[in-house]
Design a protein around this ligand. Structure first.
Ligand SMILES: Nc1ncnc2c1ncn2[C@@H]1O[C@H](COP(=O)(O)OP(=O)(O)OP(=O)(O)O)[C@@H](O)[C@H]1O
Ligand SMILES: [Mg+2]
Length: 377
């Protein structure tokens, strides 16, 4: 049997493993935690760090192909695997382009894809100069890695505090004009090694405090013009596998690319139940050089709601019982051993002929578990 190796053992690796196993592919996981979500679903777990070259090399040599579940695996480590003559996708070239949000935007613009105005900034004065030219609010971000590397600046007087906070990370910084978007959109695109492309519907993502809570998918999303943007983005970075493309829809209908994420994406979790072939299976197929599957939706609409930790308290058995009591609510619980505020613990997808009904069901079930905050988005 073919064995696919995955660097990282979180929930994305777990869902990749489940999709791979269903089509007869073994999955090996390399993760430091022997009971991480993906380790729990495979007998081929290796406990160790991919930062250790000896471990990484031996892991790469033992499997047929390798992929990642996180965009943060350093491109040099992917290049190290390529130099051993092992197949690893997406490749180091693609990862290097997208890991730095500044070079990523340059690459997208060079391919004719629109983004908000941005600049690399090496000093506080450079941020102020950008503000004077483009106006406020603006966003100061770290160019690499995510999460805390982000500050919204509403006026020049706030630049210094934001600069000091982010400069303390020691990472290179960039600045972007704030986008007054009408909605945030996302699309998952899968591309094979032969250049074959499968696009899923353009979805709407609802965020609270920048964090995605709800994803709405509808068959009409197959006709959304932003679909072509998704396709062009993946070609621009020469990506192989599943990619998430996050976009801003402006009030006049124009669409800007926010970012491309070189992996399966939260906005595509609904594809497990709602599409003929899920993003996870298509990613596995692409990495292994198999033909890609059809993305057609099996019903008109699907809504996914994340179950985000609200505290360190795990849901109780009776919360699970209630969440499982709605017709058509598909619960995915990732098997994290500890709960933390904001941590993705699971998600619920509902598939229905009516978008509002799918949303009602998914919100009810996820709300029973812990995502009560989802009601505010
Ligand atoms: N220039 C901007 N204008 C308006 N909103 C923005 C801008 N940049 C980021 N945001 C908001 O912050 C969110 C997260 O930003 P971004 O995608 O750059 O960060 P990230 O670290 O990749 O986060 P995530 O992993 O959640 O996508 C966006 O989805 C959007 O809601
Ligand atoms: Mg993002």
């Amino acid at each position: 049997m073919t064995t696919l190796g995955i660097l990282g053992g979180g929930q994305l690796a777990r869902m990749l493993a489940q999709a791979a196993q269903r089509i007869g592919v073994n999955v090996a996981i390399l993760d430091e935690d022997e009971l991480s979500p993906a380790m729990q679903v495979t007998a081929f777990g290796v406990t160790g760090s991919w930062r250790d070259l000896e471990t990484l090399g031996a892991f790469a040599d033992a499997v047929d192909a390798i992929t990642v579940e996180s965009e943060f695996v350093p491109a040099e480590l992917i290049a190290f695997i390529e130099q051993r003559g092992r197949r690893v996708l997406p490749g180091s070239h693609t990862l290097a382009l997208v890991q730095d949000k500044f070079t990523q935007k340059q690459t997208l613009n060079a391919a004719g894809l629109p983004t908000t105005a941005y600049a690399a900034v090496g000093s506080l004065d450079a941020v102020k100069a950008f503000g004077a030219q483009h106006g406020y609010p603006l966003v100061l971000k770290t160019r690499t890695l995510g999460y805390d590397g982000y500050a919204q600046i509403d006026r020049e007087a706030d630049v210094q505090a934001a600069w000091e906070r982010l400069a303390a990370t020691g990472r290179a910084l960039m600045v972007e004009s704030w986008v007054r978007f009408k909605r945030e959109l996302a699309i998952v695109v899968a591309r094979g090694q032969d250049g074959q492309i499968v696009t899923y519907p353009v979805t709407e993502t609802l965020r609270l405090n920048h964090v995605c809570h709800v994803v709405r998918a509808h068959r009409s999303g197959f006709d959304h013009p932003a679909k072509e943007i998704g396709r062009a983005v993946v070609e621009a970075v020469n990506g192989v596998g599943a990619f998430g493309i996050e976009m801003f829809e402006l009030p006049d209908g124009q669409v800007l690319v926010n970012e491309v994420v070189p992996r399966v994406h939260n906005s595509g979790h609904y594809t497990i139940e709602a599409c003929l072939t899920s993003q996870f299976e298509n990613h596995v197929r692409a990495v292994l050089g198999l033909p890609l599957g059809w993305p057609d939706m099996v019903k008109q609409a699907a809504v996914m709601v994340n179950c985000l930790g609200t505290s360190e308290q795990m849901p109780r058995p009776r919360d699970f019982a209630r969440a499982l009591s709605y017709r058509g609510a598909h619960l995915h619980w990732y098997g994290e051993r500890a709960c933390r505020k904001g941590r993705k613990m699971g998600h619920v997808t509902a598939v229905h002929d009516s978008l509002s009904e799918a949303e009602r069901i998914a919100r009810m079930a996820a709300g029973d578990l812990m995502s009560a905050s989802a009601w505010f988005v």
